[in-house]
Design a protein around this ligand. Structure first.
Ligand code: UDX
Ligand code: UDX
Ligand code: ADP
Length: 466
């Protein structure tokens, strides 16, 4: 017999929890969906016209459902108590202290959620892990839930999210697959029946708990590995007059390889790839598999190299010095169509350019200036959480902001394209060229302007991998 789901509570109103729950509410009008968070500001933003997450198509869906069967609230306990199904969708950042520092996932927030659920629940509930978690986390969650204050009982499912930022709504609408791992068929079927409202059954894959948890880490590791692999080849292309985009399309036609995720870039970013690989590395070490750990760690090392290589190439090309030169930074988000900057390559590129004493003028269409300053401050922050006066001064005196790519580039020695925003291709390149110092260098970390014939317009154009 199926456990009926009529009330869902999702703990964590972030990039994953918000859009996912909006889609469930949109597709399941018979289910009441409450998204809760300890961060009252974030909840207020979800209840305003300016959502905390920029995602094409998200505003529409939230507007349609909010106030009907979708609500955002800080009433965590009441919402958990009322729900048949509770999603845990909180952040699991890389642990920065103690055992496993720099690699292991910090499960503090997940554990706190589990304890809260155990404390306030009554009757029976299905608890769904949505956050990316190390394999065997469900074991810990189950043990915590086993000590419920009111003798509540629980099923634990793993339902990792595969949506990519910038295309979250498309991905949620038509997922390649939805993965549901669990132990009891009735509980698995309860979640299957939620997704079956809009996803065809052959795309709803069910596995055991551990396969589900591990598949999420493995999927992200494989995707990141493709980017690091093509980026490694991009360095070789630059040395050999091969063109990485030509190589990528040539190999992508092999159906065993496939054409997607072969775009060479200044380096991958985002909240998942690096964190999940480091977590995989940690797990391998924990289970006594150092060779496997080393294999995967190389994917992250290659990514670090790619970011450094980009700055080195800029400095070398610009006569070995960028000191006191204005550089227009186009894009700060980790990819287009998102306002997220977590692990964005731009943070590292800007840091290294600042250490070279360049003057940066930054423009991103969706990331706020405060947010960029916060990222730059934290990349210069020492272990004890404070920023030295010298580094603060470096930021104060060398970082400014613009409201367009034209403004960011006026009077600049170079442009660095760090995010592939579509609007960059529509910039007024003739005016930009006139306003820049000569030679007018363009370093395109996304090969976004490759087709624009900037060389023909007078610029000295350098992309990735050719
Ligand atoms: C390979 C390339 O596929 C081919 O395009 C190139 O021209 C020559 O090299 P081949 O070595 O004949 O062809 O066989 P392939 O099917 O690629 O298998 C190579 C090895 O990988 C085999 O030992 C195969 O058993 C193994 N393999 C392949 C796996 O272990 N797992 C797989 O999923 C695929
Ligand atoms: C990723 C996974 O794709 C998603 O399934 C998972 O749920 C979360 O992690 P996301 O980080 O949002 O999603 O974006 P993604 O499109 O995967 O891009 C990650 C990074 O790789 C970006 O910085 C992107 O610019 C870079 N990238 C991606 C490349 O440099 N080249 C590519 O070909 C693809
Ligand atoms: P993700 O990209 O995984 O969605 P985010 O950082 O965007 O990550 O979102 C996670 C959200 O979870 C944050 O808004 C954070 O405030 C919230 N959160 C963390 N711990 C708890 C908790 N114990 N109870 C409720 N919300 C929490």
């Amino acid at each position: 017999q199926t456990l009926a789901v009529s009330k869902i509570c999702c703990i964590g109103a972030g990039y994953v929890g918000g859009p996912t729950m909006a889609m469930i509410a949109h597709k399941c009008p018979h289910i009441d969906v409450k998204v809760v968070d300890i961060n009252a500001d974030r909840i207020a933003q979800w209840n305003s016209d300016q959502l905390p997450v920029y995602e094409p198509g998200l505003d529409d869906i939230v507007q349609q459902c909010r106030g009907k069967n979708l609500s955002f609230t800080t009433a965590i306990d009441d919402s958990i108590r009322a729900a048949d199904m509770v999603f845990i969708s909180v952040n699991t950042p890389t642990k920065m202290f103690g055992v496993g520092a720099g690699r292991a996932a910090n499960l503090e927030f997940v554990e706190k959620c589990a304890r809260r659920i155990a404390e306030v629940s009554e009757g029976h509930k299905i608890v769904v892990e949505k956050s990316t978690l190390p394999v065997r986390t469900a074991e810990a969650v189950k043990r915590i839930l086993a000590n419920s204050d009111n003798a509540a009982t629980f099923d634990v499912l793993s339902n990792p999210e595969f949506l990519a930022e910038g295309t979250a709504i498309e991905d949620l609408l038509a997922p390649d697959r939805v993965l549901i791992g669990g132990e009891r068929a009735e509980a698995i079927e309860a979640l299957v029946s939620v997704y079956a409202n809009w996803v065809s059954r052959d795309r709803l894959l069910t596995t055991n708990l551990w396969s589900s948890e591990l598949s999420k880490l493995t999927a992200n590791a494989f995707l990141a590995q493709r980017v690091s692999s093509i980026n490694a080849i991009s360095a070789l292309c630059e040395a050999t007059e091969a063109d990485v985009d030509e190589v990528a399309s040539a190999i992508g036609t092999d159906s065993r390889i496939g054409p997607k995720f072969l775009k060479a870039s200044v380096g991958f970013g985002g909240s998942c790839f690096q964190k999940d690989i480091l977590n995989l590395v940690y797990l391998c070490e924990y289970f006594g598999l150092p060779q496997v750990a080393e294999y995967w760690e190389q994917v992250v090392k290659m990514n670090d190299y790619q970011k450094q290589r980009f700055v080195t190439r800029m400095v070398r090309t610009m006569f070995n010095t960028v000191s006191d030169k204005k550089i227009g930074i186009w894009g700060f988000a980790f990819k287009k169509d998102t306002n997220d900057t977590r692990e964005s390559a731009a943070i590292y590129v800007c840091r290294d350019l600042l250490l070279e004493k360049a003057r940066l003028c930054i423009y991103d269409p969706q990331v706020s200036r405060e947010h960029i300053l916060r990222d730059l401050r934290s990349i210069f922050t020492e272990g004890d959480g404070v920023i030295s006066d010298a580094k603060q001064k470096l930021i104060d005196e060398h970082v400014s902001f613009a409201s367009s790519c034209e403004e960011a580039s006026a009077d600049a020695h170079a442009i660095a394209v760090l995010t592939e925003w579509d609007e960059f291709a529509d910039a007024d390149f003739d005016a930009i060229f006139d306003s820049m110092k000569k030679p007018a260098f363009v370093f395109d970390g996304r090969n976004k302007l490759k087709a624009m014939d900037l060389q023909g317009k007078g610029f000295e154009y350098h992309g990735i991998g050719f």
